[in-house]
Design a protein around this ligand. Structure first.
Ligand code: NAP
Length: 337
């Protein structure tokens, strides 16, 4: 069965997803696009032969829309996910699920009332080959239990206005989800430390770099360096220290150049290129899961857990203290982390 998709939001990632579905994904096509302004919606719709709907509500009512993708601004996600649930349409929501933990909780409640999973959140790192290899290795138990994880998330420079808080909500949010998924464990506490400030950022709006620390309920300690002005490349690192061995996520493969008395491999310069394959696989598996009638990807509960953890990190940035991460009881429909 072909899945007919309605795309909400004709900006950067909305256009990327439309191209992806049209050119790479099998089993689905985009039939309708709705965005805030008509011009971009028409341009994106023309890429895939879809029509433009005047607003999100009419897109959700359309008979030839089986499921929707939300690539609208984060502030709009909560109401639009709730509308999709009311319309009985499965929804893939770009991260974040909502901009507050309370908003995520309202979505969880509405989905639980539907009696089955309808929502998937765009935490695409779970689809990256390297992270999947790491998870498989951790779960095999071959090297004993995981004890620590060392991560780094480095960006060349932010696009536009970027604040100390955004290092949590825009940047660390990916590690918040992916290390929880890697370990299959929730966090108990978090903490933030600020090393010496880089001269590449104005400390009055952005403290950079930051060290964020997490401890899971099972005792695993995770340290995450977030540097959003590292200047040299987009560099994502993850190393899991187990009892009897250390598992390091492979860097994406690249040409090794030996020249001018140097040996080097180029790094990606942004997340679009670094996680290109993960974005493709994320949507392909979502489509296949819709066809099978059973969603397995990142859930509303994962979106909620990430939001609660992000809130705790924001408190920790201000307090300098170890802050608790307090989740409510996980409803049954989400019980497979
Ligand atoms: P963007 O370029 O600003 O695009 C947002 C689009 O939504 C614009 O076309 C905008 O139209 C439209 N829009 C605004 N209000 C709307 C409404 N009420 N209903 C429908 N459409 C509306 O932003 P983006 O970079 O694509 O990001 C979109 C979302 O994806 C964000 O939540 C972001 O966090 C997420 N994202 C996730 C990843 C990831 O790694 N998973 C990466 C990038 C972005 P106008 O231009 O007319 O305002």
């Amino acid at each position: 069965m072909e899945i007919r998709i309605g795309m909400v939001g004709a900006g950067q990632i909305g256009e990327d997803h439309v191209r992806r579905i049209t050119e790479k994904i099998s089993g689905a096509r985009v039939t309708a696009v709705a965005s805030r302004s008509r011009g971009p919606a028409e341009r994106v719709a023309a890429l895939c032969g879809a029509r433009v709907e005047p607003d999100v509500q009419s897109l959700l009512r359309a008979e030839d829309v089986d499921a929707v993708i939300l690539a609208s601004p984060s502030e709009r996600h909560e109401e639009q996910v709730l509308w999709a649930l009311e319309a009985g349409k499965p929804v893939f929501c770009e991260k974040p699920l909502a901009i507050t933990a309370a908003g995520c909780r309202r979505i969880v409640q509405a989905e639980v009332a539907c009696g089955k999973r309808m929502v998937q959140v765009g935490f695409m790192r779970r689809y990256d080959r390297g992270y999947r290899q790491l998870k498989q290795a951790v779960e095999s138990g071959t090297w004993g239990k995981p004890l620590m994880i060392h991560c780094a998330h480095r960006n060349i420079a932010p696009h536009g206005h970027f604040t100390t808080e955004m290092s949590v909500t825009q940047t660390a949010i990916h590690e918040i989800d992916v290390t929880r998924w890697l370990l299959g464990e929730d966090y108990e506490t978090v903490q933030v430390r600020f090393p010496r400030q880089t001269a590449n950022a104005d400390a009055s709006v952005l403290r950079d770099p930051q060290i964020m620390m997490f401890q899971t309920r099972g005792g695993v300690c995770i340290d995450l360096e977030v540097s959003v002005n590292c200047r040299y490349g987009y560099d994502i690192q993850c190393e899991v220290v187990c009892e009897n061995g250390v598992l390091r996520m492979p860097d994406p493969s690249g040409l090794l150049v030996r020249a001018e008395a140097k040996r080097y491999t180029a790094l990606e310069t942004d997340w679009v290129l670094r996680f290109l394959d993960a974005y493709d696989l994320e949507l392909q598996e979502w489509v296949e899961d819709l066809q099978a009638g059973h969603l397995r990807g990142p859930s509303s509960w994962d979106g909620y857990a990430a939001a609660v953890t992000a809130d705790a990190l924001l408190r920790a940035q201000k307090s300098g203290q170890i802050e608790p991460v307090s989740l409510e009881t996980c409803p049954d429909i989400y019980r497979s982390l």
